[in-house]
Design a protein around this ligand. Structure first.
Ligand SMILES: C[S@@+](CC[C@H](N)C(=O)[O-])C[C@H]1O[C@@H](n2cnc3c(N)ncnc32)[C@H](O)[C@@H]1O
Length: 336
């Protein structure tokens, strides 16, 4: 994805090493509470090791029945064979949980501000690339505070959306977003705590699937892609948004400067938690693409049984939207 690093980039590397050595997200292990929440209905708790635990039926997860008078939200997910994938490793999961624990309060505002307003534009492109049909059942993985879920509901007539995330704190911000929405939109979404690596849904449960800024947080992106493709019905569409490293050298140098110097500084001005994000993000993005160049990521999509894979670099490559279709007649792609 990138050419030989320039002297300037090597200097940024040194700076980045200094800042990222200072701290990495981590912390104390925490209880894996599971809860499913259906907007417009009651909140129902799922015992620890429930919905996201390997091989356990996801009873009580979104909406075997919908809210009174509303559209049933995603009937299929509660039945069948859930969680075919392996659960996340403890270390990586703990780091991601810690990182996102303190972010929800001003997440929407700061993620837009720190990306100079690009991030909302990328999310819109993500939903456009998905183009879900009216009435589609959509799964939004790593839903966070529910921004993509909200965009999906706004842009797709009668769609129902299940937003899944492993962070209870991010999910509770999503819940506040939809709970406050007294319109019909809020009744078409369900929020589920769970892991992308081991989805608590049966095969082919959804007509469309989105995921945002997820792959850097999983141990095995190729296996996660297979797990995501598993719950998509044949012919269904999938799209993702991830940060990227601009390929054009001048843009890449500017990106390096911003992620090495600007972002840590701005993060520090925002809060202790955002300071952590500011330090973590640049090295995390660079490290991810060093291990998994974009071409290889496209390969993971194909190996998962996804075809017509399209890559759209946005904002000179700072954002990358990938979209594809699950080939009709494709069954379980785990063996692919
Ligand atoms: C940067 S946020 C993106 C949130 C949201 N989709 C958006 O558009 O802003 C990444 C989210 O991924 C979630 N996440 C990270 N690893 C995950 C995993 N393995 N399974 C489920 N969610 C995960 C985090 O909890 C966090 O909410």
């Amino acid at each position: 994805m990138s050419a030989t690093p320039s002297a300037l980039e090597r200097l940024f590397d040194l700076l980045a090493m200094r800042t990222s050595n200072r701290s990495t997200p981590g912390g104390t292990p925490r209880e894996g509470r599971r809860l499913a929440f259906q907007i417009g209905e009651r909140m129902s708790s799922i015992p620890s090791g429930g919905a996201g635990a390997r091989g356990t039926p996801a009873s009580g997860v979104p909406a075997a029945s919908g809210p009174a008078g509303g559209t049933p939200v995603a009937d299929a997910p509660a039945a069948g064979r859930p969680t075919a994938g392996a659960p996340a490793s403890d270390t990586r999961k703990r780091q991601a949980l810690e990182l996102f624990r303190g972010l929800p309060r001003r997440y929407d505002l700061l993620s837009a501000a720190l990306s100079f307003g690009q991030d909302p534009r990328w999310r819109r492109a993500l939903v456009q690339a998905l183009a879900p049909a009216p009435g589609a059942r959509v799964l939004d993985v790593a839903t966070g505070t529910g921004m993509v879920a909200a965009e999906l509901l706004a842009r797709c007539d009668d769609c129902t959306v299940v937003g899944l995330d492993q962070s209870p704190e991010m999910l509770s911000a999503a819940r506040a977003r939809f709970d406050g929405d007294r319109s019909e939109l809020g009744r078409r979404v369900a929020l589920v705590e769970g892991e992308a690596e081991a989805l608590p849904f049966a095969d082919a449960s959804f007509d469309a699937l989105t995921f945002t800024y997820l792959l850097r947080y999983v141990d095995d992106p190729a296996a996660t892609m297979r797990e995501l493709a598993r719950v998509l019905s044949p012919g269904g569409r999938i799209s993702s948004l991830e940060f990227g490293v601009p390929p054009w050298p001048p843009a890449r140098a500017a990106w390096r400067f911003y992620t090495t110097v600007g972002l840590p500084l701005l993060g520090r001005l925002a809060s202790r938690e955002w300071a952590e994000v500011g330090r973590f993000l640049g090295p995390s993005i660079r490290g991810f693409y060093a291990r998994h160049p974009l071409e290889r990521i496209v390969g993971y999509w194909r190996e998962a049984g996804l075809s017509e894979v399209r890559v759209r670099r946005m904002s000179l490559g700072g954002g990358v939207v990938i979209s594809a279709e699950k080939a009709a007649g494709t069954g379980d792609a785990r063996g692919a």
